[in-house]
Design a protein around this ligand. Structure first.
Ligand code: NDP
Ligand code: BG6
Length: 510
């Protein structure tokens, strides 16, 4: 299909020569997300012509074995079918180096192989390191990279050396500060790219364009017009194979502390000076994160809900309860659902409730932001057959059916004065005619270019923990704090509805 909006897409500037080293290359993230993303970037001709990927992990694999295993993963998880000619080009530049983060030997050999790429009149490669390993391995890996001479100073070095760090970045504020100190022992803030893959999603990036490239919305984007905001995040899947990680983390840390607070920060920021300066946007995000009202212990009881799924049915299939899942302790109180009422104490947002709900094993996968506008006065409709007027709702569907809809009141045809809600819809699929790339594609590309706009700065992470630590602490320390159960396949425990009822609000039907 001809797509007028795609014009100019292939004028994307390619990054300079880059060697990407993925630590954790035999793990789930590399198989499911990173390698398919890299393959698709090559297929779109976005990668530099001088490009190499080194997989690194403890397993002893040859380059050939690694390539064969990555082929299977890309075949299974790529958004496009593999084109054998393109794969051949891709796999020629795919290597594997056994590395154990607890010993120097693998790092030294890695350095020899990396350095062999550059020099003798060839283009100098930048080195980009991706920490797709457990957080306990972040520190030793970054320290050894520095020890063996694989980290250059941020300015004036032989090449750019950068580090992408996966989540979770700490499990509370003190551990995040400690992790940051460890990483800063080897890399500077400018060189550290903390990933939150939600920032790579098209719909999340579109929040800024929607707000600031349209004359009509920004004027009503404040407490004078907005009644309240809802952010719903739902997944039908359970903990799957990541039970060991999830049971220690819980949904608040896994989803809210990073993905959802980042989405809210973009939704609520003041206009940044420029969209092409990473710090201009990040400065504004920090202001929002630091303006969220902090929870007192009483607020935690009043404004937060923690829930856990029991056995139920999703799409006609029976599913186990959380406590029956493999590798979950039968006494676990870990939340698979949470609902929160937040408020931003600043001039724009004071008094506007922001409700967040997030859960696993809900009826379907959906992430939606809905902005409820204040109702108009109803007096002029009195005496007519008009029921209560409904609120205008602007719904931004982040996934899976990416788009934006606006619910407005309208008069249905006919001789009587009536009012019915109708919906104006924009979907990415219909308007742009192209499928969105995976978030990791955009983020990997930006990191190669050194553009940190879609990565999280350390102070944002600290503010997010500062907001949620009191909730996590009360949940953990107060043995009587309820764990509300909800049947898998439902929209969470009744207490989540209670949170809104207090203000006369209701969760939107998704
Ligand atoms: P996995 O457990 O599947 O993989 C871990 C990887 O680390 C393996 O390649 C393992 O390989 C390697 N590894 C373990 N110990 C060492 C060591 N001492 N030295 C070198 N390599 C080591 O984890 P995931 O891929 O699921 O996750 C990786 C990171 O990404 C984690 O921080 C996770 O929180 C984050 N993440 C994952 C997501 C996902 O969907 N999987 C989503 C978002 C974030 P080997 O045993 O061969 O050494
Ligand atoms: C990850 C969480 O960060 O995001 C997972 O650790 C979750 O628990 C995943 O399933 C959801 O990502 P997406 O892009 O599918 O919404």
């Amino acid at each position: 299909m001809d797509n007028p909006f795609a014009e100019g897409e292939n004028r994307v500037i390619r990054p300079p020569a880059t060697a990407l080293v993925i630590f954790g290359a035999t793990g789930d993230l590399t198989h499911r997300k990173l390698m398919p993303a890299l393959y698709n970037l090559l297929q779109d001709e976005y990668l530099p012509s001088n490009f190499a990927v080194f997989g690194a992990a403890r397993s002893e694999l040859t380059d050939e074995q690694f390539r064969a295993s990555m082929y299977e993963s890309v075949k299974k998880h790529s958004r496009r079918t593999i084109d054998e000619k393109i794969w051949e080009r891709f796999s020629r530049n795919l290597f594997y180096q056994p590395v154990d983060a607890t010993s120097d030997a693998g790092f030294r050999r890695l350095k020899e192989r990396l350095d062999a790429l550059s020099g003798e009149g060839k283009e100098n490669y930048n080195y980009l390191y991706y920490l797709a390993v457990a957080p306990s391995v972040f520190g030793p890996t970054s320290a050894r990279l520095k020890d063996v001479g694989l980290v250059e100073p941020p300015r004036g070095g032989v090449r750019n050396t950068r580090l992408i760090v996966e989540k979770p970045f700490g499990h509370d504020l003190p551990s995040a500060i400690e992790l940051n100190n460890v990483l800063m022992g080897s890399f500077s803030e400018d060189q550290i790219f903390r990933i939150d893959h939600y920032l790579g999603k098209e719909t999340v990036q579109n929040i800024l364009v929607f707000r600031f490239a349209n004359g009509i919305f920004e004027n009503v984007w404040n407490r004078n017009y907005i009644d309240h905001i809802q952010l719903s995040w739902a997944e039908d899947i359970g903990v799957g194979s990541r039970a060991g990680y999830f049971d220690k983390s819980g949904l608040l840390r896994d989803i809210v502390q990073n993905h959802l607070l980042q989405v809210l920060a973009l939704l609520c920021i003041e206009p940044p000076n420029s969209l092409s300066d990473a710090n201009s946007i990040r400065n504004e995000k920090v202001k929002v994160l630091s303006s969220f009202r902090r929870f007192s212990p009483d607020d935690v009881a009043r404004y937060t809900v923690r829930g856990q799924y029991s056995a139920g049915t999703i799409d006609g299939a029976a599913v186990k309860g959380y406590l029956e899942e493999k590798d979950i302790l039968p006494s676990s109180k870990t939340e698979t659902f949470t609902a929160l009422k937040l408020e931003i104490d600043n001039w724009r947002w004071a008094g506007v409730p922001i409700y967040v709900r997030a859960g696993k094993r809900l009826p379907k996968r959906i992430t939606e932001i809905s902005i409820y506008f204040k109702k108009p006065p109803e007096s002029m409709f009195r005496g007519r057959q008009v029921g209560e007027l409904e609120q205008n709702v602007l719904a931004i569907q982040v996934q899976p059916n990416e788009g934006i809809s606006l619910k407005i009141s309208s008069k249905p045809p006919g001789p009587r004065m009536r009012v019915r809600p109708v919906v104006m819809d924009f979907t990415y699929g219909d308007s742009f005619g192209v499928a969105s790339a995976d978030a990791y594609e955009r983020l990997l590309l930006d990191a190669m270019k050194g553009d940190a706009t879609l990565f999280i700065r350390n102070d944002e992470i600290e503010q997010a923990w500062d907001l949620l630590d009191p909730v996590l602490n009360r949940w953990q320390e107060d043995a009587s704090f309820p764990v509300e159960t909800y049947e898998a396949g439902t929209w969470g425990p009744p207490a989540a509805a209670g949170l809104l009822r207090a203000n006369g609000h209701r969760w939107r039907r998704l």
